[in-house]
Write a protein that binds this ligand. Structure first.
Ligand SMILES: Cc1cc2nc3c(=O)[nH]c(=O)nc-3n(C[C@H](O)[C@H](O)[C@H](O)COP(=O)(O)O)c2cc1C
Length: 183
């Protein structure tokens, strides 16, 4: 697939199954992430790969996060526990902002988002489905800590990756006119 095909046709795919990317494919996905634009080359990102049995541990962490917020509803707690099992591989992208007089934390967060998008496109180009998720867990410092993050780190996204289970949804056609103006 050409670069433009990938860019123009990427589609999130929430229903994912085995297999996920193998070690070589994952390397490629991570290398694509590291090519994202990064003002000042601050490398404000950290990536955490969660696969195999570790997904269940992440699920426990998500569930614990809900309990700490006072959630007692069984269905919600079970959903949190099983959330990471929805894909063979989960890639968390964290912002670890660097103090910089000109390059703001926000700007560094944008770099992490660009890196995650690059990873998503690479996964797509390798034939995998992918979906970017956040949810309440992403803003919970306990989850950041469990992932090995430092205090102050922020989860920008979890990329769920795997083999597409079922057909992809149709691409939406958007009229450019309502979203683009020419100055
Ligand atoms: C920062 C960010 C956070 C997101 N969080 C979630 C989420 O928690 N749950 C979800 O279902 N989709 C979430 N999405 C949206 C999906 O990843 C996806 O983009 C959306 O379903 C539209 O599908 P498309 O990518 O095929 O256009 C998020 C997207 C972004 C950019």
């Amino acid at each position: 697939m050409s670069t433009l095909d990938t860019l123009l046709n990427r589609n999130s795919h929430p229903r994912l199954t085995e297999p996920g990317p193998d070690a070589d494919q994952l390397q490629m996905i991570l290398r694509a992430a590291l090519r994202a634009p990064d003002h000042g080359r601050l490398r404000p990102w950290r990536f955490v790969v969660i696969g195999g049995d570790r997904r269940a541990v992440l699920g426990e962490c998500f569930q614990h996060s809900l309990k700490l917020k006072g959630v007692t509803d069984d269905a919600q707690l079970k959903k949190a526990l099983n959330a990471p099992l929805r894909a063979p591989l989960v890639l968390a992208g964290l912002l670890r902002a660097v103090d910089h007089e000109k390059i703001s934390r926000d700007e560094q967060g944008h770099a992490v988002a660009a890196a995650l998008h690059a990873a998503q496109l690479a996964a797509d180009a390798l034939g995998f489905g992918c979906v970017w998720r956040t949810g309440g867990y992403a803003t919970d410092p306990h989850v950041v800590e469990a992932l090995g993050g430092d205090p102050g780190d922020q989860i920008i996204g979890f990329l769920y990756m795997g083999t597409r289970d079922g057909p992809s949804k149709l691409l939406s056609e958007e009229p450019l006119e309502s979203l683009v103006s020419y100055f």
